[in-house]
Design a protein around this ligand. Structure first.
Ligand SMILES: [Zn+2]
Length: 201
């Protein structure tokens, strides 16, 4: 059994080494195509750095959040819980450039079922470290919270700057894109505007 385990580990290491080598090769090719020679001093280790960076950034994005986020019961009823200004960065699925900003999550627990604030940061971190579009990211966070907490309602608001908008085109611009989505009782216009008011404070 032990030998079997060792062999599996070795195999895993080999696959990961091969994957990293492949990423390095692709980066070298990409740089070559846009006119850069990786033999240049400052570029010598760039393919290796990019490969490690990509592995690091995208390594945790398949984590099963249902297994990580633990919930517990409290006496909270009908109360809107708002977690404001969770910082994030993600990658635009259309251009592979970062978009970044902050995320606000408001929810009304069902029968007092809640989770720690840090778990919302974990949810944001895992979901944003994927290739995303801002709209689908907003929905995905809301659906994940519905799935894990089964709340009465949830609202997710994402404010972001997109480097693919800002870096391209004639004039540099700092457009901010705002997306929001609501589920359950949070769809109520009154509750929604209460949350928006809280956010402006
Ligand atoms: Zn884009």
């Amino acid at each position: 059994m032990k030998k079997e385990g060792k062999r599996k580990n070795q195999q895993k290491e080999r696959t990961s080494d091969m994957k990293k080598k492949k990423l390095e090769e692709i980066t070298r090719e990409l740089l070559k195509e846009i006119g850069y020679d990786c033999r240049r001093e400052e570029l010598k280790r760039t393919p290796e750095r990019v490969a490690s960076m990509l592995e690091e950034i995208f390594s945790n994005n398949k984590k099963d959040l249902k297994k990580i986020v633990n919930v517990y019961k409290t006496n909270t009823t009908d109360e809107v819980i708002l977690i404001k200004n969770i910082p994030f960065f993600s990658f635009c699925a259309h251009h592979l450039l970062p978009f970044l900003g902050k995320i606000h999550i408001a929810y009304i627990p069902h029968e007092g079922i809640i989770t720690g604030f840090s778990n919302f940061i974990t949810i944001v971190k895992v979901i944003t470290r994927r290739l995303q579009l801002q709209e689908s990211l907003t929905d995905e966070i809301a659906d994940t919270i519905v799935n894990i907490l089964k709340p009465e309602g949830v609202m997710v608001i994402v404010e972001a700057r997109h480097l693919c908008i800002e870096m391209r085109g004639e004039k540099p611009s700092t457009t901010e894109v705002l997306t929001s989505t609501a589920r359950g009782t949070m769809k109520n216009e009154n509750i929604k505007s209460q949350v928006m008011l809280q956010l402006k404070k």
